[in-house]
Design a protein around this ligand. Sequence first.
Ligand code: NAP
Length: 289
Amino acid sequence: MVARAAVVGWPIAHSLSPTLHRYWINQYHIQDASYEAIAIQPGTFKQRILRLRDQGFRGVNVTIPFKEEAFALADKTDSAAQFSGAANLIFFSQGDIIGRNTDIPGIQDSLMQSLGSAALGGRNIVLLGAGGAARAVAYALQALKVARISILNRHRNRADELVADITRYGGDSELRTGTLLDWPDAARDAWLVVNATSAGMTGHPPLEIDIRFLAADARVCDIVYNPLMTPLLREAAARGHKIIDGLGMLMHQAAPSFQVFFYKEMQGKMPEVTAALRTALIEALRARG
Ligand code: NAP
């Protein structure tokens, strides 16, 4: 029987998940496996997921706009999904629908791979944004035991709500909130800044911040990956900052999904995030123009 998995969303043509998972299927020589991109019309999510289960799919990755519906549909969820109120992975196990959120380990592993596993402890971080992805980043940074997270968002109330939620999960990091007007103050002693807003994405205006407020050795991470070199990263690179692009998070958030979908074939092992995989994704992005 074919081992089937997919990514579902609306629209779905833009998703890089098929490129990622098919790369690993080939790399690990998994026979009789498929990973598809399936568009689901809003309003039909639950019935389509149940049908995919009946058709023998092992599970699906879930993207915009269904992550919250996926969380609500799941019988069991992990703490990352509970914190986010969103699941980007659902799979079927012994009659249950299991929901997980892999964005949190995704950004954690990406930062650790780029900056060193113990590098973030005790640092001051500026997090831009307070949407779904910023939630994952805030949770991850807190788990990495950073000293302070300054969460700046256009609408400050969302940053305040995020802090209220994250506080319930404990952790020792100092949490501050503000708007983008607070950037100059927050930037001055930032060891790392993470953009988790959608500003700078293709079709969106760039982020309106002046990166000259950052110290020369501050690191700049942008989780937006389309384009890969966002205006923020381009400017940061030109000023000599170390930069971390959004492909790291994308690859690392996919790995635990692949491990779940093809657990038997992988004998429980996690697929590797390698430079060759990154090259394959960059080529896929280029092919889209
Ligand atoms: P979201 O929930 O819609 O949140 C959007 C965020 O961006 C909000 O904080 C919003 O501020 C802010 N924002 C939008 N336009 C802005 C502008 N012009 N200036 C300043 N702030 C602006 O979106 P999301 O799901 O968090 O996704 C955010 C980005 O992360 C997307 O580009 C997505 O592709 C990317 N992402 C990447 C990965 C990865 O694996 N690399 C994973 C997940 C998401 P307000 O709250 O004030 O409106």
